[in-house]
Design a protein around this ligand. Structure first.
Ligand SMILES: [Zn+2]
Length: 140
């Protein structure tokens, strides 16, 4: 610890000086002794502050399809609706996740997700595939 060393050396020099300086020298020794404790207290306070600032990140629900304007719009979904097919008017339970990416809007690693039932997986995939957006279909 560099500051501690400086305090100690300054103390050594100062205690050899006439009276007012000698007092400062002893204070330097005291500082050199207690600095590590002070540093620990400061470090702990910093850690606690950071821990409070950090909130556990909640995973976002699968992306809906709002970014893609399509001739057959996909109905908007609430989170409770998450496992229902994304095809318009379809209320069937989803059995597939169709993952896609629009290179004009998204970075290459970004994946948008459409939910699809058995019946609509193929048409959703074809719709995306025709635009070069389709990446993969995963079973649920
Ligand atoms: Zn469907």
């Amino acid at each position: 610890m560099a500051i501690r060393t400086i305090c100690f050396l300054a103390g050594v020099v100062l205690v050899m000086q006439p009276m007012p300086w000698a007092v400062a020298g002893w204070l330097m020794f005291v500082a050199a002794v207690f600095l590590p404790y002070i540093a620990v207290v400061i470090a702990n306070a910093g850690v606690r502050k950071r821990a409070r600032a950090h909130r556990p990140s909640v995973p976002r629900p699968a992306d809906s399809s709002k970014a893609l304007s399509s001739p057959r719009p996909i109905r908007s979904r609430a989170v409770a609706d998450e496992l229902t097919c994304s095809a318009k008017g379809c209320t069937a339970a989803a059995t597939h996740q169709v993952l896609w990416n629009n290179p004009k809007l998204h970075t290459p690693d970004r994946r948008k997700t459409w939910m699809a039932c058995d019946e609509h997986e193929e048409s959703l995939r074809a719709f995306l595939g025709a635009r070069g957006f389709w990446k993969e279909t995963l079973p649920l």
